[in-house]
Design a protein around this ligand. Structure first.
Ligand SMILES: NC(=O)c1ccc[n+]([C@@H]2O[C@H](COP(=O)([O-])OP(=O)(O)OC[C@H]3O[C@@H](n4cnc5c(N)ncnc54)[C@H](O)[C@@H]3O)[C@@H](O)[C@H]2O)c1
Length: 321
């Protein structure tokens, strides 16, 4: 079932991954798209291309946890599929743990209720590799235990469990995707955007780059447009219904290596780097087993290219200048 001719709702659609997902959905000519975002971090600028596409796109400023308001929207817009991406991110959970957990759990519960009540047909929830915690084994498949470290990670893990409970108890049609670390334009530079804006900003200002810990911690980095593409492909692939799937490349890169690649893309090799104390809750290794999604979609997953890094650097140059 493709998103073509469907009515789609995206929570968190003005955010980083959400806005790329909206662009990708719009390219498939849906009947209409609705974005629900409270603009905690998202930006209307992220949606400028989709807003100019001619597709019926309505952007609603709302707390996605508000069940009665969400119910009104999905009824009025006759929503078929809901892509759920809204959440409060990791760094906020270090300052406001209770509020982060309560909000993230409330959003997932609300979208589960919408489908349980028969108001939407399908739910595609975006989880996070953070739910796994540090790798107990490498590569991490979808059965890896949930060793959530931060309150954010715990809230993402809880969200997955809530969906699973609604699948088991009420038979809702839900799919969970677990992206690993995304890189690309539109990631709020003030958020947990991490290393890319830090490198760009520090190179532009001529000050040393700070890396938390020894820099040998690894992540499975994926370009955000590839993630958006895979989320839509997972939605369209009947085999993926009811499944949990990692969305990642299956390639592990250390922070030190990523910084060197970024410096090379910027022509700033040799820029000074300093190491700071490790950040609380920073996982040591993250590498996905992407076999399940690769087999289900019948395609190779693109690796993070220098062209993608260069595009990302250019975007940050624009917003940080
Ligand atoms: N960025 C990554 O590397 C990454 C990795 C794994 C998983 N994820 C997951 O992808 C999804 C999107 O993350 P992102 O990186 O695009 O973050 P983001 O912060 O850019 O996007 C989240 C959006 O949700 C909105 N939002 C927050 N609280 C809301 C609420 N109560 N109601 C409505 N909207 C609300 C924000 O304003 C923002 O636009 C999340 O579910 C996240 O857990 C992200």
């Amino acid at each position: 079932m493709s998103v073509n001719s469907k009515s789609i709702l995206v929570t968190g659609g003005a955010g980083f991954i959400g806005s790329h997902l909206v662009d990708r959905i719009v390219a498939d000519n849906p009947a209409r798209v609705t974005v629900v975002d409270n603009f905690f971090l998202g930006s209307i600028d992220n949606l400028s291309s989709s807003l100019g596409s001619g597709i019926d796109l309505e952007v609603i400023r709302l707390d996605a946890a508000d069940l009665s308001a969400m119910q009104d929207i999905v009824e009025r817009r006759q929503v078929d599929t809901l892509f759920d991406l809204a959440m409060i991110p990791l760094p906020t959970s270090l300052e406001y743990p209770a509020w982060t957990v309560q909000t993230n759990v409330a959003i997932v519960t609300t979208v589960c209720e919408l489908i349980r009540r028969g108001l939407i047909e399908r739910l595609l929830h975006v989880s996070s590799s953070e739910a796994y915690g540090s790798a107990r084994y490498i590569p991490m498949d979808e059965d890896h235990p949930h060793d959530a470290i931060t309150p954010y990670a715990a809230s993402k893990s809880a969200g997955d469990r809530i969906i699973e409970s609604y699948v088991q108890t009420f038979g809702i049609d839900a799919t969970v995707v677990r992206p690993f670390n995304n890189i690309g334009p539109r990631q709020n530079p003030g958020s947990y955007a991490g290393i890319v804006p830090i490198v760009v900003q520090r190179v532009l200002s001529g000050i040393p780059i700070e890396i938390f810990g020894d820099g040998e911690q690894t992540r499975d980095f994926i370009f955000v447009r590839d993630t958006a593409d895979m989320i839509v492909a997972v939605h369209d692939e009947p085999q993926c219904r009811g499944e949990v799937l990692n969305v990642a490349t299956g390639v592990e890169t250390s922070i030190n290596t990523l910084v060197q690649r970024l410096l090379s893309v910027m022509g700033a090799e040799g820029h000074e780097i300093v190491h700071r104390d490790p950040r609380p809750g920073d996982v040591r290794r993250h590498l996905a087993d992407a076999t399940k999604v690769r087999k289900a979609l019948g395609r190779d997953i693109p690796l993070l290219t220098d062209e993608a890094l260069a595009e990302t650097v250019e975007w940050y140059r624009g917003v940080l200048a």
